[in-house]
Design a protein around this ligand. Sequence first.
Ligand code: GAP
Length: 500
Amino acid sequence: MPPTMDVLVSLAKRRGFVFQSSEIYGGTGSCWDYGPLGVELKNNVKRVWWRDFVQQRADMVGLDASILMHPMVWKASGHLDHFSDPMVDCRECRHRFRADHVDAVPWTHYCPATKENRFTIPAGEPCRHCGARRTLCPDCGKGALTEPRPFHLMFKTFMGSVEDSAAVTYLRPETAQAMFVNFDNVLQSMRLKLPFGIAQVGRSFRNEITPGNFIFRTREFEQMEIEFFVNPSDTVDGRPADEYWHDRWIEDCLAWFRRYGLRDEALRLREHDKDELSHYSKRTVDIEYEFPIGWSELMGIANRTDFDLRQHAQHSGKALTYFDEERRQHVTPYVVEPAAGVDRALLAFMADAYREEVVRGEKRVVLRFHPELAPVKVAVLPLLKKREDIVRTAHAIRADLARHWRVVYDDTAAIGRLYRRQDEVGTPYCVTVDVQTVGDAGKAERGDGRVTIRDRDSMEQIRVPIDEVVGVFTRLIAGEAWSQVAAGRGATGDPPEAAG
Ligand code: GAP
């Protein structure tokens, strides 16, 4: 059973993934802080995205632009004129809603068929008693809602010491525009040939009317965006290059989410209807994920045509074209834009990894993260924390492994409980140091210099010489199957698992 959002929020807080921002002051409602494990997970999501889509591709380069840009950027991009959502207000309680989301929340109803009893009715459903559908404010159930009016989503601020209209600027609502305004800088400095892409990971800000659902919709979030420029005169496999590359990027992005663990059946594509397309888009396809709140957008892949480069060329007076040597002409490239949210991807990876299992009659909560995403790769655990030689060996192994990965040492409970803790935060492997490893000097017994490695998912264990541990984890974390790495290595007789 997939977890509810409440289960995820509670686990995220309890185990140091995500905290409510400014919680001691009552929180902000729409901002979240990533805790010690959350920041590792988030960094891993961004790192593998960058490695797979930038580092490993010959046709991609990166950019890290400033958040505050020239205000004309937002005029040219269309954000100043178009970037708004329809908003309605309750005339009684003054709560505000996005007009197109107002039926997506449970609603309060004072039912005339039950002497005005107050009910909370699930989103979109009618009252079971009187059959009425929502017409009033979903929160207070009493006030009429105003007509929808546009609400601008960009955060406005002032640049410099004078707060007048000349100093007005905006926090960027998407990372994309920096790639367009730097198109020529990147093209010239890197001597690129079409097709090529510019990628950027960074913060964006939107003054959402109804943020919520944990980190799904927030006012401050991170994006991983690519602007992939193609020559509109080219064809690939007999198709216009922009259309070919649009489909390629949809496939590649879908494959990426599958590769890092999202189940096939929880992913689907959604084609935007013509009347839903953004002002710049020829075609947009969303990758949707079945979040705990239902099917929702995980990322979008749009064909933005040459809209942005033309707009910026017109508003700046600078040419933003590419010289097509073959045809001896200047062209304005078309742009395919895979745009993903870091926070939303993290939420999907967490929801998909969550399992509740019964092991030897007890509930085990486990986050089956892909090893590359797991916040902690290895936990090193001493079987007996009072044995100085065991503890010393465990610390030495942790220090050695920590040169390569995020590794923790923990001796604050019995081994069974330590394993469960690591399962719950998704640590794929544990290393246990026991008496057999170090021997017993008092009895003149030599240790065998081997440790137990335990696999989170199968809970199987193998014994491995200490000097082979780094090599074993290199193979496992790179994606080699446990069964393959474990083959030929002895399983432990009386597993430390049972000792807890
Ligand atoms: N440059 C195109 C663009 O920004 P978008 O569909 O508005 O497109 C891309 O945003 C992705 O950014 C979304 O699919 C989502 O993952 C993420 N995103 C957008 N608004 C968000 C918000 N308020 N909170 C969290 N993530 C958001």
